[in-house]
Unconditional design. Structure first.
Length: 179
C-alpha cells in the first residue's frame, strides 16, 4: 500500500471538496480547482476527510495512488492558504517593475525584457529587487517563477541574475593572474 496514498486528507473549514466519478472539485476562499483522477483511482469523501483507493496493485497504480492524493492535498492547501515563490534579483542596476499586465525586467540586456503576467497568477514587485509570484495552483506558481528565472539565471562568477530566495549559487574563481 502506498504510504502517502493511504493517508486520509482532513478538509479544513471553509473548503468544499466534491468527488464525482473520475474528477475532484475543490472550492475555497481563494478560488476553485479541479482534477481528473487517473483510471483506477477512486476518491471518497467521508465526514471531514477525503480517502483515496486504487483498484489493483500494479506498479503504475501504486505510483498514481500517492500522486493523486498529493495533488488533491495541494489543491486543498492552495484554495485555503495559497502558494508563493520569492525571486531575488542581484546585480548593479538590475530591477523589476510592473506596468499594467506585464512585468518589466532590466537585467543587463540592451533592452528591458517584458514578461506577460498570466491571469491565474499574481506577481508583486513592490521592492525593485524582489519578485513574489503567488497563486492557488502550486504547479502554475512554480512554472511562472521558473520562466521568470530563466530570463536571466544567476551566473557563477559574480552571482548576477535572478534566483530563488533560498537558492545558493556556487561561485567560481575567476582567472588568476600570474607573474
Amino acid at each position: 500500500m502506498s504510504r502517502i496514498g493511504k493517508k486520509p486528507i482532513t478538509v479544513p473549514s471553509g473548503v468544499k471538496v466534491t468527488a464525482k466519478d473520475s474528477s475532484v472539485l475543490v472550492e475555497g476562499a481563494k478560488g476553485k480547482l479541479s482534477f481528473d483522477l487517473p483510471a483506477g483511482i477512486r476518491c471518497e469523501q467521508k465526514d471531514n476527510q477525503v480517502v483515496f483507493t486504487r483498484v489493483n496493485d500494479v506498479k503504475m497504480m501504486r505510483a498514481l495512488h500517492g500522486t493523486s492524493r498529493a495533488l488533491v492535498m495541494n489543491m486543498i492547501k492552495g484554495v485555503s492558504v495559497g502558494f508563493s515563490k520569492t525571486l531575488r534579483i542581484d546585480g548593479v542596476g538590475y530591477k523589476a517593475q510592473i506596468q499594467g499586465k506585464t512585468l518589466k525586467l532590466n537585467v543587463g540586456f540592451s533592452h528591458p525584457v517584458e514578461y506577460a503576467i498570466p491571469p491565474d497568477v499574481a506577481i508583486d514587485a513592490s521592492k525593485q529587487v524582489v519578485i513574489v509570484v503567488s497563486g492557488i495552483d502550486k504547479a502554475r506558481v512554480g512554472q511562472v517563477a521558473a520562466e521568470i528565472r530563466h530570463i536571466c539565471p544567476p551566473e557563477p562568477y559574480k552571482g548576477k541574475g535572478i534566483r530563488y530566495e533560498d537558492e545558493r549559487v556556487r561561485r567560481k574563481v575567476g582567472k588568476a593572474v600570474t607573474k
